[in-house]
Write a protein that binds this ligand. Structure first.
Ligand SMILES: C[S@@+](CC[C@H](N)C(=O)[O-])C[C@H]1O[C@@H](n2cnc3c(N)ncnc32)[C@H](O)[C@@H]1O
Length: 464
């Protein structure tokens, strides 16, 4: 029976516990109905993607969200404040494990691998590596090896020196995307974050220091990429950005916008990707609509254009041979993108810059455009339920059940963390739709509409 407070209401702990129980029931029921085992650390993460019914997926997403939020709130309620407040060590340890390829060494070895062997294969001191993996075991990134010691030949026990993969580390082992994101996040982002406080305490608009990243690395990130040391990090940056795109469902943009309507016009059209990185989005688009006749232009800084040419010759040489892609290096602050294109596209660039710089980029795009052209920009920024809205400002219909924070609190952590990452790396921010519409209007654009791509969206603008 639920504990009551002095006024007879159920205690917050009971309410949180009951939300967890009811949501776990939803998950069990939905997985059961799909003939799948309930998720656990011992199942591979791909099990979730086997849920085919949309209705069922929606229920699971809501239940997952509720559990994540309720567990975090419950732990924060009952634990010592220091326990909740301090955790940076996990990121440091994660970088060790990811860089040393520990999860890959554990692939196909469900019984686990002894630390001496892991040490010999990774070249890391066994005692230090064991301490790192022990921390990651208590945060459920790895498992200890299973049942290999039998006490009195009867009671199986965990071995202290043996580690094995579980659902999380399997992802680390098999997903290059996850490793790419960890490589970027646990270096540039993590290092810059340690300077956030210094940066904010001493922030002076007249100062030449633009960001926490600059305090950490001596130059703003985009300039650092041009230095001898920074050039070595360009591909890590691009892989991390590409990886985030994968996680946020970058391929959804293929279906969210009526591309085919534009491609089927009499005259073949050209799409210019402004600040395209390697042009991986255009590559995906061209491949998805290969039978339509259109061309793409990839514009970015020279080092990224070089990476782009390598990517395209590796992954889509036919497009190069058929002349369906052009690479044009440029500086989006100093130069106007290539004229004469029909659609200008910009993705994940504006959130790297403060408003005044975004206005220069957008104004340069406007100069390249003619009446009838459209500008599309994609980002995961403008999530209406999250950024800079008070956690309590949601309409009742959308709000999480009490006593959770109305925006599902910790379950939305990534949205808020992404915004802080922009602050750390660039002193910029993730923006809301209203903020983008206002920015666009200052650069001479009229907002047409937003196309929902699931985790992100495409905003369509026309020239005024
Ligand atoms: C976060 S990445 C996004 C890349 C790509 N649009 C994507 O979605 O993966 C930002 C891009 O802006 C480019 N960039 C930064 N400063 C630039 C400049 N001055 N001129 C042109 N591109 C620039 C970077 O090189 C990088 O490729």
């Amino acid at each position: 029976m639920a504990n009551k407070d002095l006024n007879g209401a159920a205690s917050q702990l009971d309410l949180l516990a009951s939300l967890i129980t009811s949501s776990v029931n939803v998950i069990n029921t939905e997985y059961n109905a799909a003939g799948l085992p309930s998720p656990s650390l011992d199942t591979s993460s791909s099990v979730e993607s086997n849920i085919v019914s949309n209705e069922s997926r929606k229920k699971i997403v809501k239940a997952n969200r509720t559990i994540e939020a309720a567990c975090a709130q419950l732990c924060a309620s009952i634990s010592r404040p220091e326990h909740s407040l301090l955790n940076f060590e996990e990121s440091a340890c994660l970088r060790v494990a990811s860089t040393a390829g520990i999860a890959r060494l554990l692939l196909d070895k469900p019984e686990g691998v002894h630390i001496k062997q892991l040490s010999a294969s990774s070249g890391i001191d066994p005692d230090s590596l064991e301490r790192v993996l022990r921390l990651l075991t208590i945060t459920h990134v790895f498992n200890e090896g299973k049942y290999i010691i039998y006490i009195l030949d009867v009671y199986p026990s965990f071995s202290p020196d043996v580690f094995a993969n579980n659902k999380l580390s399997l992802n680390l082992a098999t997903s290059e995307t996850t490793r790419d994101i960890i490589a970027l996040a646990t270096r540039d982002t993590f290092t810059s974050a340690t300077y956030l406080s210094d940066f904010l305490q001493t922030a002076d608009p007249a100062s030449a220091v633009e960001s926490p990243f600059q305090l950490a690395y001596g130059a703003p990130m985009m300039q650092y990429h041009n230095t001898p040391e920074g050039k070595k990090t360009v591909s890590i940056f691009m892989k991390g950005v590409t990886g985030w795109g994968e996680i946020l469902g970058k391929s959804d943009m293929i279906h969210a916008f009526p591309w085919a309507d534009h491609f089927s016009s009499e005259k073949p059209i050209t799409i210019c990707d402004v600040g395209a990185g390697t042009g991986h989005i255009m590559l995906m688009l061209l491949r998805a609509f290969a039978s339509y006749s259109f061309r793409v232009v990839v514009q970015d800084r020279p080092a990224f254009i070089e990476l782009g040419k390598q990517l395209w010759s590796r992954e889509y040489p036919e497009a190069l041979q058929e002349g369906r892609v052009d690479f044009v290096p440029f500086d989006f602050f100093a130069d106007v993108p290539l004229g004469g294109c029909d659609i200008y596209y910009i993705r994940y660039c504006l959130h790297n810059w403060p408003d005044d710089k975004c206005l220069v980029i957008l104004s340069n795009i406007a100069k390249a455009m003619k009446a009838g052209n459209i500008l599309l920009r994609t980002s995961d920024d403008e999530d209406e339920t999250a950024l800079r809205h008070s956690v309590s400002s949601l309409a009742d219909a959308e709000a999480a059940p009490k006593p959770l924070l109305p925006n599902y609190g910790a379950a939305r952590f990534r949205d808020y963390a992404g915004d802080i990452n922009m602050l750390n790396l660039f002193n910029s921010k993730d923006r809301t739709l209203e903020e983008y519409v206002a920015l666009g209007s200052r650069a001479g654009f009229v907002y047409e509409r937003a196309w929902d791509t699931g985790e992100s969206s495409i905003i369509e603008f026309k020239l005024e």
